[in-house]
Design a protein. Sequence first.
Length: 150
Amino acid sequence: MKLIKKIIVSGFLIGTVFLVACTNSDQNRDEDIIPTNQNQQDESDLDIDIKLDNEEDLGEVKEFNMIARQFEFEPKEIRVKKGDKVKFNIESVDVEHGISILEYGINVDLPVGETIAVEFTADKAGEFLLSCSVYCGGGHPIMTGKVIVE
Ligand SMILES: [Cu+2]
């Protein structure tokens, strides 16, 4: 009889632990889902902005990997089409730099060794100066590039 009682009690305990574990993992799943939904909402908001900005052309996402170093950006020249959604993945490889494109309201610091994403919609045509916005040494004033929006 004692053995049967032990089996029943331990079975009950195992069942309880199982239930708790399952409930917890469900909660975790819910938490995972919430931020994902928020991201999707943010992206769809962006899509709406792009459509409003570019009624004729829906625009493509153009992604560029860039390097910032004393005293240049590589590539030096970026060419996109008006309406494109542009994404720069920029890594500063020597000292801290920054990237500024005045006309697009961009001014982002680039700490060493981190890849920083800079995104904007190229809704204005023309040639725009891209420059370093963090003093990085004697050549800082000539550390420039160009964004051409056709
Ligand atoms: Cu600089």
